[in-house]
Design a protein around this ligand. Sequence first.
Ligand code: CDP
Length: 250
Amino acid sequence: MTAGAGVKLLTEDGRRLDGRALNELRRCRIEAGVLKNADGSAYIELGRNKIIVAVYGPREVHPRHEALPDRMLLRCRYSMLPFSVAEERKSPAPTRREVEISKVIREALEPAIFLEEFPRTSVDVYIEVIEADGSTRVASITAAAVALADAGIPMRDLVAGVSIGKIEGKLAVDLSGIEDQHGEGDMPIAMMPRLGEVTLMQADGRFTREEVAQALRMAREAILKLYEEQKRALKERYSKVLAAELGEEQ
Ligand code: CDP
């Protein structure tokens, strides 16, 4: 959703409307293992975004004819709750945007999973956006990777994502809703942080070759910070599980 100029997105001293520097992420907090019914789960807050992810599997594929003989079937469903956006009520039916985002999220996660080790099974990733404020697809990827790890699914690496946008001609990390709406461009990027491999790169708007290179550098720096938060959330989850088990033994 890229609109033209008109709204001032940078203050006199070069800060953004929410006070951030151009290379600054919004406050990010991740929690793993938030749902009892799912095999794995995670909750992320990135600025005003609130997103919850539930993972089921690996399990038998339904309908059975969708099973793949040589690998796991990964299914992702990104969905926005009707009250998640400013407009009074988003239709609960999947929009074209949600269908597209579900697909790109799946493609961003697949390279990290050892799909071939689980033939004829499926893993379902359900993503519910509770409140949206820009960059929800990349925040969903960051949380989904934690939920997959929480489900115990063997992975090469986690995946984390950030959007790099262009506001008033300058590249900026982690676009908020208003920056996405009134900025000149938006480039969602996801990477396997430890391996440094890009698994998602989209672009809406015009970027020069130099800007793309700079955007990748800025994204890598931000993604490494998100990776620290992902690991912290998983460690906290494991220490809680361990403490509960030790408590039972006593
Ligand atoms: O969320 P993301 O940046 O990945 O995707 P987008 O299609 O570029 O949407 C940007 C933002 O627009 C979302 O994060 C929401 O804050 C907002 N939006 C909205 O207000 N109403 C919609 N139906 C869809 C998006």
